[in-house]
Design a protein around this ligand. Sequence first.
Ligand code: GLC
Length: 600
Amino acid sequence: MLKRTLLALLLFFSFIGAVSAQSASNDSEKVKWFTDARFGMFIHWGLYSAAEGIWEGERLRNGNNYAEWIRYRNRIPEDEYVKLAKRFDWNKIDPEQWVILAKKAGMKYILITAKHHDGIAIWNSKVSEHNLSKLSGTNRDVLKELAAACKKHGMKLGFYYSHWLDWEHPDGWDHNQEITGRITDEQYNKYWQGKVLPQLRELLTNYGDIAMIWFDMWVDYKTTIVKKEQLDQVIKLIHELQPACLINSRLGLPANTPGIDFETMGDNQLGAAYTNHPWETSGTIANSWGYNALENEYKSTSQLLQSLIGNVSLNGGFTLNIGPRADGAVPYEDQTRLNDMGAWLSKNGESVYGCTGLQLRSDQHDWGRITTKKLDNKQIVYLQVYNWPLDKILRLTGILSKPEKAELITDAGKVALSFTKSGPYTHIQLPDVAGDHFVSVIALQYAQPVELDEKAVAESTFGGLALSSNNASQNTVGYKKVGFDGVRPAHLIIDKNGVLTWQVYISAAGTYQADLSYHNDSKTGMSISISASDQNLSASLKPTGKVVVEPHDSYTDEFVNNPIGVFNFPKEGFYKITLTVNSTENEKLLFNRIWLSKKL
Ligand code: GLC
């Protein structure tokens, strides 16, 4: 009887499980191409591209260099602004070249500014005379050509559409209306019904499959003139015309709202923690999105690759922007970055496409990041090595499982590497020459999904353990964390009694030195103790005072490294380290880290 009830219950729950798994997988099916793609091209191209960040001899009036904002920033009248259309060189403009460049760069989708905040459609829109084709007197439709080229080269196509802001439309919104008096909701709705919805309909009807519409409202819609019903009309229209088309969170709704398929972070804002739902960062190569002639601060290829890899390691993607000129040309600086990234991806792409991250601390290792994917029943873990260790040992912490094999990806193919395993550590023996001059990738293959240890403090390059606020497994009274401020190291403010604990793994029995780095303003010193199993080290920490940063008047808090004593670890294994501070009133210890290293 009991058996039958259990069986019935089991069947019931597996049925429920099947139903919910199915609806969840329907959604993830839709967005899967995007979470597999990880890398796409953003193109900011519109009337503003022809201004190039300069208006009547004056540079763009804003420090962020966003040249696509020039009409608003430099207070340009509409009838002057539209004359920029005459600068477009239609003999040279060839959208297929952008697709070819994206393809070479290893990008899997293209997202183009169909209409930016200036309100000018770059396609031959029947809804508004304010479109690039009409203004520049051509019968060409750039989006038609781009859509055809994307189809030809197997590239997904998405449209950026500025829904909230429209500086051209008399009933549209610009920020200045905050002081000049708001237009009424009725007026705004005229813009919405008369321009936004009909233009979206055009975009979703005339250009084949549209992979995503990328909206751009970076504040909560409730603080704007836009109404929830208006956003719902947009979602409904998209679902009706192209059910597979994705919608990003900058529509103005949180990422977990039904209808929103993925989260878009702030401009150039990279991920900070592993996030389960789909997300991406849109990023620039310099500062501006639209072409800006006065820019000269370009990110390096390494930096851009690290942005991509870092996001993938946290389950996110990267949409990297180019700003072509009014003749369609892509700036050389952009091309070189994209070509280099493409060359890297053609060799190391298996560690990016279809990959996600491990749920370890995001800054676990000081040598780079980790990406991973399932392959049949196996799991592949990719170590993304930004810095090739001088001692030729790569120290990985946090995976308890033992890999079947370790291979370095090189120009000549995969090269087997030897490794050792103890506890949460894997030490990989590296050859002299790195696998790549940007980021070297080591692929570890595991027979089964890996077993993680999220708590263990990661070994530093060259060995040794830095026990800090970031990798503490317990912070009993929730001491406040202060990040690195440019001069003072990151620290915790310890101002009441409590303990911090860490889980460490000792892979070789022996004597270990414990040093404590701290700052303390007290008059008399502060007593602390550090313990590991039954051993206890006590110390009185002297006041530290100030240190000169730069002559003659730039001082900051001194942080000193204080040797506290030694621990004898009798055997290999996990140990708990505890820091106890006896803090009397008005005393503060700014705790930076404990450095634990084997005595030679
Ligand atoms: C911002 C800017 C815009 C740019 C966009 C890209 O919201 O307003 O100019 O298109 O971010 O992420």
